[in-house]
Write a protein that binds this ligand. Structure first.
Ligand code: UD1
Length: 451
C-alpha cells in the first residue's frame, strides 16, 4: 500500500525559550524533525510532506537537507492540528494509500509501531490512532473505546467529563488513515468553539458518524513523548540513549558502562565491537565488526574498520577513515585522513588532510601542519614509513614508502622512498659542563642565603 507521511512542524514552541524553531532542537545529534523524517524513511514512505509555519524557511531548509524530495506546505496561521493536516490536501490530490500523521516534536516513534497501524488500516479501519496508557492522563486527549475495542471518539482533556477524565487510554496524536477518507473527514471538522482551532482528533467521531470503523494501536508512553521544553528535550535525549544502548547490546556490542556511551541517530555499530566508558558518537559514524573504541573517545562522521583499536582519549573528526587492524592511541586527533591497514598513530598526534600508508608507524607527537593560515594542504606518508617522534610535517609534503624521519624534524621537502629526512641541529657535547655550572649556582645561592 503506498504511504504518505505528513509531519506537522508549524508550532512555535514558546516554552523552549529559543530563537530556533522547536523542531530543529537536537536529540542524539539530529534535529527532532530529522528523527520524524528518518522514521518516515524507515517505513519506506512514498511521499513525505512537512507542514511548516513558525520560521518556515529554516524548517523547510532543514527538511530538504535530510531528504531531497521532501514536499513542503506552509501553514501561515496555526489553526489547529486538523487545519495543519488539511494543508497537505492539494499536494496529495490523487494520492491513493495510507496517510500517516507524525509530529516534528515527537522524535521517538518506532517504524514497527507505524507498521502495526498500517496493518490495522489494511484490516478495514478508516482511521487508526496511536494510543498509550498514561501514568498521568492530564492534558491528553482521551480515547473512547467501545466494548468491541473500536475507537468511537477522542475527547480533549478540557472537554472531558469527570468520568472521561478517569480514562487513562490517551491519544499520542499519531494517526494513520486512508487517503480517500482523511481529507473528506477533515473538511467536516468544525472549529472548536472554545479554542477556535480545528482538531484533527474530531475525525474519529466524524468517521464513526459516517459508519466507518476506527481503531487504536497502543505503544509505550515513552515512545510517544513530545518535546515542548528544554526539560522535555533532556528527557527525550535520555530516552533515545536508553533505547540506543539497549539496541546495541541486543545486536552484539559490548558496552562496559552503557550509561556513559552516547549514540547519534544514525550510528552504525557492527558485532563484537567493544566500547569503553564515556564514548560519544556524533552523527555519521560507522564502526565495523570487532573494532574496539576505548574510554573517552569522541567520534563524528568517520568510519572505523574491523579490528581497529581507537583510544583511549582519541578524537576522530569528519572524514577520518580508519582501516583494519590500525591503532589510534591516546590524545590523537584525526580529520579528513585515511589511515591504511595496520598503521599505528599511538600517541599525542594531529593527523589532518593526510594519507597514512599501510603499516606506517607515526611517532609520538607527530603533527601534520595542514593549514598555512589560508589554505589546507595534504600530507602523504608511504607504506611502512617510520615517522620519528615530534616530527612536524609541513604540508604539502610526502614521505615515501619505507622512509624515515628523524625525531624532532620539521619536514618541509618530500622524502623519497627508503630515504631519511632529518632537520635538526647537531647535538653538542661539553664534558663536565653540568657539574661546573650547577656548582657555581649552588655557591651563589648559599652566599645569598647567609646574608
Ligand atoms: C494533541 C492532541 C491530543 C493529544 C496530544 C498528544 C489535538 C487536537 N489534540 O494535543 O489529543 O493527546 O496532541 O501530545 O490534536 N501543530 C501545527 N499546526 C497547528 C497546530 C499544531 O503544526 O495549527 C503542531 C504543533 O506544532 C505540535 C503538534 O501539532 O507539534 C500538536 O499540536 P498541539 O496543538 O500542541 O496539540 P496538543 O495540545 O498537544
Amino acid at each position: 500500500m503506498p504511504t504518505a507521511v505528513i509531519i506537522l512542524a508549524a508550532g512555535q514552541g514558546n516554552r523552549m525559550k529559543s530563537e530556533r524553531p522547536k523542531v530543529l532542537h537536537k536529540v542524539a545529534g539530529s534535529a527532532m524533525l530529522h528523527h520524524a523524517l528518518n522514521t518516515a524513511a524507515a517505513i519506506g514512505a512514498d511521499r513525505t510532506i512537512v507542514v511548516t509555519g513558525h520560521r518556515g524557511q529554516a524548517v523547510a531548509d532543514a527538511a530538504q537537507s535530510f531528504l531531497e524530495d521532501v514536499e513542503i506546505v506552509h501553514q501561515s496561521e496555526q489553526l489547529g492540528t486538523g487545519h495543519a493536516v488539511g494543508q497537505a490536501r492539494d499536494v496529495l490530490a490523487g494520492f491513493q494509500g495510507n496517510v500517516i500523521v507524525l509530529y516534528g516534536d515527537t522524535p521517538l516513534i518506532e517504524p514497527d509501531t507505524l507498521e502495526n497501524m498500517q496493518q490495522k488500516c489494511a484490516a478495514g479501519n478508516a482511521v487508526v490512532v496511536l494510543g498509550f496508557k498514561a501514568a498521568d492522563p492530564t492534558n491528553y486527549g482521551r480515547l473512547i473505546l467501545n466494548a468491541a475495542g473500536g475507537l468511537t471518539a477522542i475527547v480533549e482533556h478540557k472537554a472531558a467529563t469527570a468520568e472521561q477524565k478517569a480514562i487513562t487510554d490517551c491519544n499520542s496524536g499519531v494517526v494513520c488513515a486512508k487517503s480517500n477518507h482523511l481529507f473528506d473527514l477533515i473538511d467536516k471538522i468544525d472549529k472548536n468553539s472554545v479554542s477556535g482551532e480545528f482538531y484533527l482528533t474530531d475525525i474519529v467521531a466524524l468517521a464513526n458518524e459516517a459508519d466507518q470503523t476506527c481503531a487504536a494501536v497502543f505503544c509505550d508512553q515513552a515512545e510517544t513523548m513530545g518535546v515542548d521544553s528544554r526539560k522535555g528535550l533532556a528527557r527525550a535525549e535520555a530516552a533515545f540513549q536508553r533505547r540506543a544502548r539497549d539496541a546495541a547490546i541486543e545486536n552484539g556490542v559490548t558496552l562496559s558502562d552503557p550509561e556513559t556511551v552516547y549514540f547519534a541517530l544514525d550510528t552504525v555499530i557492527g558485532r563484537d565491537v567493544v566500547i569503553g566508558p564515556n564514548v560519544v558518537f556524533g552523527p555519521g559514524v560507522t564502526i565495523e565488526n570487532a573494532a574496539e573504541i576505548r574510554a573517552f573517545c569522541h567520534l563524528e562522521a568517520c568510519h572505523v574498520s574491523s579490528d581497529a583499536v581507537v583510544g583511549p582519549f582519541a578524537r576522530l573528526r569528519p572524514g577520518a577513515e580508519i582501516a583494519e587492524n590500525t591503532h589510534i592511541g591516546n590524545f590523537v586527533e584525526v580529520k579528513n585522513a585515511r589511515i591504511a591497514e595496520g598503521a599505528k598513530v599511538n600517541h599525542l598526534s594531529y593527523i589532518g588532510d593526510a594519507e597514512i600508508g599501510a603499516a606506517a608507524n607515526i611517532g609520538a607527537g607527530t603533527i601534520t601542519c595542514n593549514y598555512d593560515g589560508v589554505m589546507k594542504h595534504r600530507t602523504t606518508i608511504g607504506a611502512r614509513a617510520f615517522i620519528g617522534s615530534n616530527t612536524a610535517l609541513v604540508a604539502p609534503v610526502s614521505v615515501g614508502a619505507d622512509a624515515l624521519t628523524g625525531s624532532g624534524s620539521v619536514i618541509t621537502d618530500d622524502v623519497p622512498d627508503g630515504a631519511l629526512g632529518i632537520s635538526r641541529p647537531k647535538q653538542e657535547l661539553r664534558q663536565g659542563f653540568a657539574k661546573r655550572y650547577l656548582g657555581r649556582l649552588r655557591a651563589l645561592k648559599a652566599k645569598r642565603d647567609k646574608g
